[in-house]
Design a binder for this molecule. Structure first.
Ligand SMILES: Cc1cc2nc3c(=O)[nH]c(=O)nc-3n(C[C@H](O)[C@H](O)[C@H](O)COP(=O)(O)OP(=O)(O)OC[C@H]3O[C@@H](n4cnc5c(N)ncnc54)[C@H](O)[C@@H]3O)c2cc1C
Length: 394
């Protein structure tokens, strides 16, 4: 079957992979010439079942209201009213009741995806160094008692879903990650798991795309698609929309309303040069501020912050500053003078669950809306949509 995949980010290339492996003739279409130039370019790089907790809670709403008053807070909501933003926020609140169920399901999908990524790497000969993969687990750190108490409650959701994750004392944390010594006086405790891992999402997409071209004859075409493009209305072969934050606009023109809001985030990447021993190898998640930190060979990537400001991916220095400050205070031995900043839009649904299904229009399929966990969940939902298409066509 001839299948078109729209979007060459992590969801697009992994979808193309599973479809091509099933023997379909696959074409990937993207407005960029290179793959992974959208949100999959420079994210936090964590494959984190331990970050599966959905954000839908009254506790987070309270924090959000408090943060609205501060420009460098982890969350910033542009108060200008738009129907898109406010209807999304209402749906976000309506999904608070589904918090436990959605957290568990996300954690289970993430654990499955871990296996699938490792299978892809083994089957396609992708090495750890090809993608700067680091298998040292993820440590969640806490600097205040209330956050730590909350983490103790949430941990049950993780362990019930099959993730082995346990509380660690500050001295155990230092044994696991000695670079934390530089900030140990501010940390009161943490949680650790040794199965989550990190790798450069952009390098992975580029490597897999190369394999798709040479081994599976997948065609990559550079083209901007608008909702009137005849390709979308074709009935002969499925079209899978993996357009990340662009999926909503595209589907809107097809008469399909996807509840996706582009939640902006930032990353900074530091070239470690001679001070590499001061940077951690274990990936860190600072739970209160939701800042993540991953070691990518001789680089350190720190990412976070959430901004509700529409389809605007411009870099605002005052939003980058908290990330650089975080490095300066947590790992003061790391020189941040060469920090390179980036901004991307998370394709976020109000219940924080990806949309993986037939689009109820023409021959359109959807694999999108992965929010803050597209790298973590990508391989799982790609296989899922490829299997749904196969079942539908049989
Ligand atoms: C700061 C930040 C940190 C993050 N950290 C993590 C992390 O540590 N772990 C994790 O799991 N996730 C993380 N995420 C989330 C993750 O990066 C995203 O969920 C994921 O990259 C989304 O992938 P995607 O393929 O859906 O979208 P994209 O990567 O944006 O790909 C969509 C593609 O579609 C193309 N496209 C869109 N519209 C059109 C059109 N009309 N015509 C042609 N082409 C089009 C775009 O050019 C783009 O290449 C983070 C996100 C941000 C912003």
């Amino acid at each position: 079957m001839k299948v078109t995949v729209l979007g060459a980010g992590i969801t697009g290339v992994t979808t193309a992979y599973y479809l091509a492996k099933m023997g379909h003739q696959v074409e990937v279409v993207d407005k960029h010439k290179e793959v992974a130039m959208g949100t999959s370019f420079a994210n936090g790089c964590q494959l984190s079942a331990s970050n599966a907790e959905v954000w839908n809670s009254w506790r987070n709403i309270q924090k959000g209201i408090k943060w609205m008053l501060s420009k460098d807070a982890p969350l910033l909501i542009n108060p200008t009213p738009t129907l898109h933003k406010y209807s999304w926020l209402v749906q976000f609140m309506l999904n608070i009741k589904n918090r436990e169920q959605n957290t568990k399901q996300t954690c289970e999908m993430a654990l499955e995806a871990h296996h699938l990524y490792k299978e892809i790497m083994r089957d396609e000969g992708i090495t750890d160094s090809d993608i700067d993969k680091v298998d040292r687990g993820i440590m969640h750190i806490y600097r205040n008692q209330e956050e730590l108490e909350h983490a103790r409650l949430s941990n049950k959701l993780y362990t019930d879903s099959g993730l082995k994750r346990w509380e660690v004392s500050t001295s155990e944390m230092l044994d696991i990650e000695p670079a934390l010594e530089q900030t140990s006086s501010t940390i009161i405790g943490g949680f650790y798991n040794d199965t989550d891992f990190t790798a450069d999402i952009h390098k992975f997409c580029a490597k897999l795309a190369e394999i798709l071209k040479t081994k599976y004859n997948v065609k990559f075409t550079q083209k901007y698609l608008d909702g009137n493009d005849p390709l979308l209305y074709r009935r002969e072969g499925p079209v899978v929309i993996c357009a990340g934050p662009g999926s909503r606009d595209l589907c809107f023109q097809l008469g399909l309303i996807l509840p996706i809001y582009p939640v902006k985030g930032y990353s900074v990447t530091v070239n470690l040069k001679e001070n590499g021993d001061k940077a951690p190898w274990t990936s860190i998640l600072d739970d209160e501020t939701k800042i993540v930190c991953s070691r990518l060979g001789n680089r350190l990537r720190v990412a976070g912050t959430a901004e509700f400001a529409g389809y605007d991916d411009r870099i605002r220095e005052e939003r980058v500053k908290p990330l650089v400050n975080w490095i300066n205070t947590t790992f003061p031995g790391v020189d941040t003078n060469n920090a390179k900043s980036w901004a991307g839009l998370r394709p976020m649904t109000p219940n924080m669950m990806p949309i993986v299904r037939h689009g109820d229009r023409y021959n359109i399929w959807l694999n999108t809306g992965h929010g803050h966990l597209g790298w973590t969940l990508g391989a799982f939902t790609a296989k899922q949509v490829a299997e749904q298409i196969a079942d539908h066509c049989n």
